[in-house]
Write a protein that binds this ligand. Sequence first.
Ligand code: NAD
Length: 417
Amino acid sequence: MSNQVDVLAMAREQLAVAANYLDLDKGLHSVLAQPMRQLIVHFPVVLDNGEVQVFEGYRVQHNSARGPTKGGIRYHPHVDVHETTALAMWMTWKCAVVNIPYGGAKGAVKVDTKQLSRREIEKLTRRYVTEINIVLGERSDIPAPDIGTNAQTMAWIMDTFSMQHGHTVPGCVTGKPIEMGGSQGRVEATGRGVIVAAEEAARFIGMNFNGARVIVQGFGNVGSIAAKIAEENGAIIVGISDAIGGIYNGKGLPVRELVERYSGREGGIRGYKDAQQVSNSELLEMDCDILIPAAISGQITRENADKVKARLVIEGANGPCTLDADRIFADKGVFLVPDILANAGGVIVSYFEWVQDLQNFFWEENEVNGKLTKIMKHSFAAVEASMRTHKTDMRTAALIIGVKRVADATVRRGIFP
Ligand code: NAD
């Protein structure tokens, strides 16, 4: 699902760059380059018309040196085990960069949910979780939402897992609805964190966030919330898109209204008439100050990076820019905040949700948002410092911190037995 970009090769190349800076031991490097566990499952679902369809799913755990593994579950027709492995690896670095006590994992099912009814998606979810149940657990591996899944999916996961264990286990999954152990602020967390990163980056390059013109690619959970919070904080959203296409108006789009009317309705935003209709790829090249790719991976490559007009690129999605794009941005003076920092807000508040579930003690939204903002700012400052120390770009600086923390934990624990 990534424009033919080999994201696992990309993730491994990023690791190699950081390993080089850290002068990482060869054996340790090879441990970190591989996932510790890849589970591939095939499972049947009886469709509403009585036919049986077999689906393929994965759960990949990359590394658990710093704690239980953590990562979203994606429902999309073009997922595969390699992409899922890359996403699990990025989760490991992300949790380490923001210093929360988790390793990285990711799950996926190859499915086009638009072809299924709600009942079929529920059955698919319950059976998929049953198949991967052997590697899940509140102390071992904790899923969360990603592309194509949401709080309702997490509710079915929690219920299925709990039924199989004979008691309610709220901490087995995060991103749940509030009424069954979810956290205040989790739905908005990734988008909110993306905007904290954007504001910090604007400050760093001397750009005024207030009045900055922003384009957001993707209008799902991350993109729509990021656009909404950016507008609340004074930015002007000039372009947005979803899988079907985008809209652009240099004077600004009414984001709140567009979110209320069209969020989650694929193609819906194109119903808004007071804007220029553009293709997804055209939108990335339109005039703006800040570009937030918040859809899928492999969107900005050597083919189009040169045409990006933004001075700031904030990676809301995982892996939206390739390493070639990074190099072109560096040459052009475009400042990029990498995914493993920019979109960490989701896993940070997932961590808060898990802590609240384990303690059966729930926090108010202000407390959640305050703690999230504090961790995002603190992590940004740490990456900024690493960038100065190592005289490198932000992605490499963040990877250096993340990889070092995981490598140090691995060395301290020792290689078993
Ligand atoms: P989502 O399913 O809620 O939304 C995805 C959006 O992307 C939809 O609007 C869809 O129409 C759009 N899209 C799909 N293909 C596109 C294309 N080719 N061009 C433009 N838009 C396209 O998913 P989400 O949870 O918002 O996740 C978006 C990205 O953010 C993913 O890369 C995901 O891994 C990453 N992410 C999500 C979270 C989270 O908490 N949900 C956390 C960290 C990172």
